[in-house]
Ligand binder design. Structure first.
Ligand SMILES: O=P(O)(O)OC[C@H]1O[C@H](O[C@H]2O[C@H](CO)[C@@H](O)[C@H](O)[C@H]2O)[C@H](O)[C@@H](O)[C@@H]1O
Length: 386
């Protein structure tokens, strides 16, 4: 395992800024994903820069820009308050972007014909992919129709959920025993029993799941458990007076949510996290959708989890395997990148606005994800019957 504990900075380098001209999108309408992107002033509350220099750290390291750009603004559509960016400008930008990352639904026939006679493996992120983004992380529920679609997918293809959440939590939310689960951004994996994997990964052990079934349990960052626990406690204490802040303990990482925090208090929340990371050089920061995530400085991510699961499923070496990964946020980019580098399978980004991504295809939102999954199953059924 590649440990990089001597990392000097707790800040994870963000993806390079989007090449706006390459996308043919006017910079003023570039939406949320990029740190440092420019924002139409009307949509964003400017955070006053304190003269005291109190928040200099988080200004200078770009955290505040990244925080602002981490999710599209919320909008009321009919009676439904959703995180969705749509106006004439973004529609135009989206149309150009989708030429580069075509709709996986629109390309379903192409995808399924390429997948014919291949072994498909499906990897799904949870929040923003299977469930809509909502204010309260505990209320991010997946619909029963989505559950039905995922269950059907798992009947035909090996299927895994790869989430930033605690593994047990995401299992409770999904509730399907026929899937494999990876929590903490892939740092906590329950996969099929594989002696080869047990032999080659020192942190992999034989275990039993909630049903008493034999499984492989892989927790490569186990040594960080006490540190994450301690940091979780510190973050809860430090943010307790910030209205709307919420801290989650995901076992191998911790998440500080600021979705419900007034924007004027974002510098305070960023500074709290910054101070904690300064005291813990073996931890680093990643940005999710209105969430700051603290995780070990450890060479493991959702992309590595995909490779680990492919190996566990015995699908790593064969050419006739087609992995499909569907996800919506920056942490999913590691998985898209792995598929791109392997030149195998498809990454599908779920986004209603243009974003710089390593994914090949796109889908707008969870309902489109569901439709795509149903289409995948439908075509495999037809293939089996012919
Ligand atoms: O890897 P994922 O399964 O996508 O998990 C990523 C984060 O998801 C959750 O937060 C996000 O969804 C919440 C519910 O919709 C939303 O309130 C929050 O703003 C989003 O960031 C989860 O709570 C985080 O801990 C996960 O890291």
């Amino acid at each position: 395992m590649d440990m990089t504990s001597n990392h000097a900075s707790p800040v994870l380098t963000e993806p390079a800024p989007m090449n706006k001209s390459r996308l043919g999108i006017h910079s003023a309408i570039l939406p949320y994903s990029q740190p440092g992107a420019s924002f139409p002033p009307s949509k964003y509350i400017p955070i006053p820069r304190k003269k005291s220099g109190k928040f200099d750290d988080v200004w200078s390291n770009g955290w505040l820009d990244a925080m602002k750009s981490s999710s599209p603004p919320r909008k009321k559509i009919k009676d439904f308050d959703a995180e969705f960016a749509s106006d004439d400008d973004t529609d135009v930008a989206y149309s150009s972007w989708v030429l580069k990352h075509p709709s996986a639904l629109g390309s379903l026939e192409q995808i399924t014909s390429y997948a014919r006679n291949k072994k498909i493996a499906v990897f799904l992120d949870y929040d923003g992919t299977l469930s809509p983004i909502v204010d309260d992380p505990d209320c991010a529920l997946m619909s029963n129709t989505m559950r039905f679609a995922v269950r059907n997918v798992a009947k035909y293809f090996p299927t895994a959920i790869i989430s930033g959440r605690k593994r047990e939590k995401v299992f409770d939310l999904v509730g399907l025993t026929e899937l494999y689960y990876a929590g903490s951004h892939g740092m906590d994996i329950v996969g099929p029993v594989s002696q080869t994997v047990l032999n080659s990964h020192p942190n992999c052990t034989r275990s039993t799941d909630h049903q008493g079934k034999d499984v492989n349990l892989f927790q490569p960052a186990r040594e960080f458990l006490p540190m994450i626990d301690e940091v979780f406690g510190t973050l809860v204490e430090k943010t307790k007076d910030i209205r709307g802040a919420k801290v989650e303990n995901h076992k191998f990482c911790a998440a500080v949510h600021y979705r419900n925090v007034h924007e004027k208090n974002w510098p305070t929340i960023a500074q709290c996290v910054h101070d904690v990371l300064k005291d813990h050089p073996r931890l680093r920061l990643t940005h999710g959708r209105k969430v700051l995530e603290i995780r070990p400085v450890f060479d493991w991510n959702k992309g590595k989890a995909v490779e680990f699961l492919l190996e566990s499923l015995g699908l790593n070496a064969s050419e006739d395997v087609l992995p499909i990964y569907i996800g919506d946020d920056r942490t999913d980019e590691d998985a898209f990148k792995v598929l791109r580098e392997r030149n195998q399978g498809y990454g599908i980004l779920v986004s209603s606005v243009p974003k710089e991504t390593n994914a090949f295809y796109s889908l707008r939102d969870p309902p489109e994800v569901m439709e795509f999954l149903m289409g995948l199953v439908g075509s495999r059924k037809v293939e089996k019957n012919t």
